[in-house]
Design a protein around this ligand. Structure first.
Ligand code: ACO
Length: 338
C-alpha cells in the first residue's frame, strides 16, 4: 500500500487572547438638551425611547483615524506592546478618513507601526467583532503573532442633523484590542458571524459609492447621509442578537448562567433589555454605556469592552459574551474566557 507522506508543516491551531484594550471618545459632549434646540425632539423622548442622554462629537479636523489611533495607543500601553511588534492592523469603520487608502493605513502612520499589514472592513456596527474573528484566524493559524483590531466611527460626519429620526441616536468614538497567542485554555472560545443582504436597505448611506456617485443634487437630498428604517431594524436587531448569542454560547459549551457579563452593541436600551430578557439574564450582568455615548457604530462594543475591563466588571478566568448587530444586515458574537 502506498504510504501517505506526513504533512509536517501543518501546525496545530493555537489559542488566541485579547491581551490589551483601549478606547477613546472626543471631548465635546452633545446633550439631549442641545438637540432639543436643533430638531423637534425632547430629552424625555430620547431617554424613554433609547436610553441615550448624551453623545461625543469629534472636533473639526479630528478624523476617524485620529480617534482610532488614540484608542490603539491605550490598548498598546495596557498590553505592553510596541508599535514595531504589530503585524496587522484591522480597522472596522463605515466612516473611513478617505475612500482609499484604508483608514488602517492612516492609523499605521499615526502610531508608527511600520511592520504591519493594514486593511479596513465594512460591517457597520458589527465590524469590531468581525475584526476579532479575522484576527483570531490569522493568529491561530500562525500567520501573525500580534494583531491590532480597532472599531472606530465618526458618525457625526454622515448624520443628517435635520433628521430627528436619526441624529439623536449616534456619536463618535473608537475602541481597540490587541490579540496574541497565549498558552493555556483561556482566550477566545467561540465566534460567530452572519449577514443578510436582503435587508441592506434598512440602514444605508445611499450616495457616495459607485452605485450613486455624489452630485450636488443628491447631496441636497441628503443621500450622502445615514438613512434608517428604525422600527424594522429594531425587530431584526433583537432576533439576530439573541440567536447570535445563543450560537456563540453553544459553540463554547456554556450557558448564560456561566457568564460574568454580556457586552452587547449599544444602539438602544430597549433592544438590550429585550435581548437580556430572551437570554434570561438579569440587567446587572449587562454592560451598558449608551447613555453617555449613544450608538458609536463599530466602536460601541469595543468601548464597552474596554470600560468593562478597566472598571473590573470581569476578572481573569471569567466568561464574557460579546454580541453585535448592524447595517448589512450583519451580526456577530463571541465568548471569551478572560
Ligand atoms: N424625537 C421625537 N419624536 C421622534 C423622534 C425624536 N428624536 N424620532 C422619531 N420620533 C417620532 C416619529 O416621528 C414617530 O412619530 P409618529 O408616530 O407621529 O409617526 C414616533 O416618534 C415613533 O417613531 P418610531 O420610529 O416608531 O419610534 P421607535 O420607538 O421605533 O424608536 C428608534 C425609534 C429609536 C430609532 C428605534 O426604532 C431603534 O432604536 N431602532 C434600531 C436602531 C438600531 O438598532 N441600529 C443598529 C444598527 S446602527 C448601525 O449599524 C450604524
Amino acid at each position: 500500500m502506498k504510504k501517505i507522506p506526513k504533512l509536517r508543516w501543518v501546525k496545530k491551531p493555537r489559542s488566541v487572547s485579547i491581551v490589551g484594550t483601549g478606547s477613546y471618545v472626543p471631548r465635546r459632549v452633545l446633550t439631549n438638551a442641545e438637540l432639543e434646540r436643533m430638531v423637534d425632539t425632547s430629552d424625555e423622548w430620547i431617554v424613554t425611547r433609547t436610553g441615550i442622554r448624551e453623545r461625543r462629537i469629534a472636533a473639526e479636523g479630528e478624523a476617524t483615524s485620529h480617534l482610532a489611533a488614540e484608542a490603539a495607543r491605550r490598548a498598546m500601553e495596557q498590553a505592553q506592546v510596541s508599535a514595531e511588534e504589530i503585524d496587522l492592523i484591522i480597522v472596522a469603520t463605515v466612516t473611513p478618513d478617505t475612500a482609499f487608502p484604508a483608514t488602517a493605513c492612516w492609523v499605521q502612520k499615526h502610531i508608527g507601526a511600520i511592520k504591519a499589514a493594514c486593511f479596513d472592513i465594512s460591517a457597520a456596527c458589527s465590524g469590531f467583532l468581525y475584526g476579532i474573528e479575522i484576527a483570531q484566524q490569522f493568529i491561530a493559524n500562525h500567520t501573525y503573532e500580534t494583531v491590532l483590531v480597532i472599531g472606530a466611527d465618526k458618525l457625526s460626519s454622515i448624520v443628517n442633523w435635520q433628521d430627528r429620526n436619526t441624529c439623536v441616536l449616534f456619536g463618535d468614538g473608537a475602541g481597540a484590542a490587541i490579540l496574541r497567542y497565549r498558552a493555556g485554555s483561556h482566550g477566545i472560545l467561540s465566534t460567530h458571524m452572519g449577514s443578510d443582504g436582503r435587508f441592506a436597505n434598512l440602514l444605508i448611506t445611499p450616495a457616495g459609492g459607485s452605485a450613486i456617485p455624489l452630485t450636488r443634487d443628491n447631496i441636497d437630498q441628503k443621500l450622502h447621509c445615514l438613512h434608517m428604517q428604525g422600527r424594522e431594524t429594531f425587530k431584526q436587531a433583537v432576533v439576530s442578537m439573541t440567536t447570535a448569542a445563543q450560537i456563540a454560547l453553544e459553540k463554547a459549551g456554556l450557558d448564560t448562567e456561566d457568564l460574568a457579563c454580556i457586552i452587547p452593541h449599544q444602539a438602544n436600551l430597549r433592544i438590550i433589555e429585550a435581548l437580556a430578557e430572551r437570554l434570561g439574564l438579569p440587567m446587572d450582568k449587562v454592560v451598558v454605556n449608551l447613555d453617555r455615548y449613544g450608538n458609536t457604530s463599530a466602536a460601541a462594543v469595543a468601548i464597552a469592552l474596554d470600560e468593562a475591563h478597566r472598571y473590573g466588571r470581569f476578572k481573569t478566568g471569567d466568561y464574557i459574551l460579546l454580541v453585535v448587530f448592524g447595517g448589512g444586515l450583519t451580526w456577530a458574537s463571541s465568548v471569551i474566557q478572560w
